[in-house]
Design a protein around this ligand. Structure first.
Ligand SMILES: Cc1cc2nc3c(=O)[nH]c(=O)nc-3n(C[C@H](O)[C@H](O)[C@H](O)COP(=O)(O)OP(=O)(O)OC[C@H]3O[C@@H](n4cnc5c(N)ncnc54)[C@H](O)[C@@H]3O)c2cc1C
Length: 462
């Protein structure tokens, strides 16, 4: 077999690290390693950085294709540390709070203040009995001590599903809060997904009143990082293989060699690229599935809502089995759409999403708009522009089986090929990706400091 040509690395005699993937995990890993004096190149398949946290600029709008918001400092500490290091929060208006963040649809109208303490007073779609049970559930989780979202397998509730966790409580809690939340923001089926990562994420993230966004688009962090790094876009990696003392990273664009590699791509993609020899890592990777996600963005000539409205509205399955979340992006931040216009997103429920992935864009938009009109009557007007974003690997699904294997993965010996991504802590959000970056950078640093000793240790585990 002829090998593709080796891509010369300008001004870098030996590349220390190649990072595959310029999403938040890959860029944050590359930044951490560069800060430690390593020579790093990021290789990205797409034409732009950001991964599932990308923003496209069209029709005068900033359209966030995947991630749309993130909680405050206490909820996303790794993200905010990076924001601080890059100076992005020097102007507080650049990272604004999202007001009136979350509502739940119930009995003909959107109930505001969902997912925040005020909702316990106003109801937020829950009756008094269900609210009482929500407090009971929160107290039960608090008794478990600190639920660590980076080590969810250590929680005292490891093993059960989200549905099993909530089943002893008032059914409204499941139907009108937990199910739409798990489906809409995690892409999870609560009957299949593990309770511990769900509970740990919610406990760590805090209420919806802490939500923030980037004024200049959710890709702000990725773009800022990329400006300070060596990033090659349009460079799809097809294979990663160890070759003597180096790692070869192959692509139709040529082969890059480095002393170490970080695969910062979804787990199923990583598995396809690299034949992982460490048994515990291999077993966990094999169990790390992803649920697909799809978002329809609609640019409207006028905001479609009447009066005050929340940014995001959860639609419970009983109200509509296909449509799961409606966001009014112009309410997230006024800069998302030109003054007087509207930007709306429609997100289907995970089960419907699988089917819609195979449907053409205009038919997807038509089906979701037809359903959304019941909740936002202003959507009867024809949109000025429609954009459908599809993510085959939308969000990592934390099944109880994957959770059971995570401890072994976390304790694997370091090696020349490491991983970063939201799937590493089984936390389906950008904080999961960014917190995994610090870990990956530390492991690579250890490997590069003493590769021979580390490799000898690693061989004992094979
Ligand atoms: C619809 C949706 C809504 C979301 N909402 C939120 C939210 O509100 N808040 C939040 O915190 N999180 C949210 N998320 C999750 C968040 O976007 C992800 O957790 C985060 O982007 C994961 O970062 P990552 O770097 O691990 O992976 P990615 O962002 O997927 O980055 C991986 C990168 O690798 C590249 N790549 C893949 N294969 C190759 C290859 N062979 N060669 C080279 N490059 C390759 C990809 O093109 C991509 O750029 C949402 C996700 C989706 C899909």
């Amino acid at each position: 077999m002829t090998r593709p040509p080796v891509v010369p690395v300008p001004d870098v005699p030996v590349l220390d690290v190649a990072v595959v993937g310029a999403g938040p995990a890959g860029l944050a890993t590359a930044y951490a390693l560069t800060q430690r004096g390593r020579t790093v190149r990021v290789l990205e398949a797409a034409g732009a950085v950001g991964g599932r946290m990308r923003t496209v600029r069209e029709h005068g709008c900033l359209i966030d294709t995947g991630a749309e918001m993130f909680p405050g400092r206490a909820g996303y500490p790794a993200t905010w540390r990076l924001i601080g290091a890059l100076g992005l929060d020097r102007d507080p208006a650049a990272v604004p709070n999202v007001r009136d963040a979350l509502a739940v649809w119930r009995d003909g109208r959107a109930r505001p203040n969902a997912g925040r303490p005020l909702g316990l007073l106003t109801g937020a779609g829950l009756g008094p009995r269900a609210r009482f049970d929500l407090v009971r559930l929160q107290a039960r989780l608090a008794r478990l001590g600190r639920l660590d979202p980076d080590r969810p397998e250590r929680a005292g509730i490891a093993g059960g599903t989200v549905a099993e966790l909530v089943r002893p409580y008032h059914p409204d809690l499941y139907d009108h809060l937990v199910h739409p939340l798990a489906a809409g923001f995690f892409g999870w089926d609560p009957e299949r997904s593990a309770a511990a990562p769900f509970a740990a994420h919610l406990a760590a993230s805090g209420g919806s009143h802490t939500w923030h966004t980037y004024r200049d688009g959710m890709d702000t962090l990725a773009r800022t990082l990329a400006e300070r790094l060596d990033v090659t876009t349009d460079h799809p990696v097809t294979r990663v293989a160890r070759d003597g003392g180096v790692v070869r990273v192959e692509s139709p664009r040529g082969t890059v060699t480095a002393r170490a590699v970080v695969l910062a791509v979804p787990a199923p993609v990583a598995t396809g690229l690299y034949d992982e020899p460490r048994p515990a890592a291999r077993a966990f990777l094999a169990e790390c599935g992803y649920t697909p996600m799809l978002r329809v963005s609609l640019v409207m000539d006028a905001p479609p809502e009447r009066g005050r409205a929340s940014f995001a509205t959860l639609v419970p399955e009983a109200e509509d089995p296909l449509l799961n979340v409606i966001t009014l992006d112009h309410r997230k931040h006024p800069g998302r759409a030109p003054r007087g216009r509207g930007l709306v997103s429609l997100i289907p429920a995970p089960r419907g999403c699988r089917e819609l992935l195979a449907v053409p864009d205009d038919a997807v938009a038509e089906r979701l708009i037809a359903r959304a009109r019941r909740f936002v009557p202003g959507l009867r007007a024809a949109p000025a522009h429609v954009r459908v974003h599809r993510f085959r690997h939308g969000l990592p699904e934390a099944t109880p089986r994957a959770l059971a294997l995570r401890g072994g993965f976390a304790d694997r010996p370091v090696a020349a090929v490491e991983y970063a991504g939201d799937w590493v802590p089984l936390r389906p959000c950008s904080e999961g990706a960014i917190s995994s970056a610090a870990l990956a950078a530390g492991r690579i640093q250890t490997h590069l400091s003493s590769p021979a000793a580390v490799d000898a240790l690693s061989r004992q585990w094979r």
